[in-house]
Design a protein around this ligand. Structure first.
Ligand SMILES: [Cu+2]
Length: 220
């Protein structure tokens, strides 16, 4: 009991610290990203895309929590959640320990793609569409999920995932551009690539991206 309440009391501090870390890591990843898409689109390009920004990126992964303020440095449209009736192609991707097969995909700009994902590994894996800066940020959040026992190597603790971390924040993992899969599980993500962003699909479970669990999305 004592232990639990102690954990609760330090959670807020950890949350802010980790998100701050995530932000600086994200910023440096963006600036190292050769393609130039990383931080650049932020300022000027007043595309209508700005409107999805809020839902895709501002929402982050802590429902209800840190939003717009943290995102001001690097807004970028990564596309939009797709509709099944618009799907023009299905791409199967296998998730194993620790890689994706295939590791590169090509899509046409504006195309809506259904990703059929199967985790054939022994560990939990994620499929997440984003920029390298977004992945760097999300890796910090997933590290926090591990630290709080939400994410175990081979399972997701769904009860802990729904726990209120304070202020209505939870560690639920439910953004439309990503899915988290336990071993043996399958899922679909439908995504419309109405974007010029430089995108990767990635697994942000701690250690997996670094060990090569990421792939390129070429938008033509
Ligand atoms: Cu993984």
């Amino acid at each position: 009991m004592n232990n639990l309440s102690h954990r609760n009391s330090i959670r807020g501090a950890i949350l802010c610290a980790v998100l701050t870390l995530g932000l600086s890591a994200g910023a440096s990843a963006a600036s190292h990203h050769g393609g130039g898409h990383g931080g650049g689109h932020g300022g000027g390009h007043g595309q209508p895309a700005g409107s999805h920004m809020d839902s895709q990126m501002g929402g982050a992964h802590m429902s209800g929590g840190h939003t717009a303020g943290h995102m001001s440095g690097a807004p970028m449209a990564i596309g939009t959640p797709g509709t099944a009736s618009d799907v023009s192609r299905t791409i199967d991707i296998a998730l194993t320990d620790n890689r994706f097969t295939p590791e590169t995909i090509s899509v046409r700009k504006g195309e809506t793609v259904r990703f059929r994902l199967k985790n054939s590994g022994q560990f939990v894996h994620e499929f997440n569409i984003g920029t390298s800066a977004m992945h760097a940020r999300h890796q910090k959040e997933m590290m926090m999920m591990v630290e709080h026992g939400v994410l175990e190597p081979d399972r997701i603790n769904h009860a802990r995932m729904k726990m209120d971390m304070g202020g209505g924040r939870t560690m639920e993992h439910n953004d439309p551009n990503s899915v988290l899969l336990e071993p043996g599980k399958s899922a679909e993500v439908i995504w419309k690539f109405d974007t010029d962003a430089s995108l990767e699909f990635a697994c942000n479970v701690p250690g997996h991206y670094e060990s090569g669990m990421m792939g390129r999305i070429d938008i033509q």
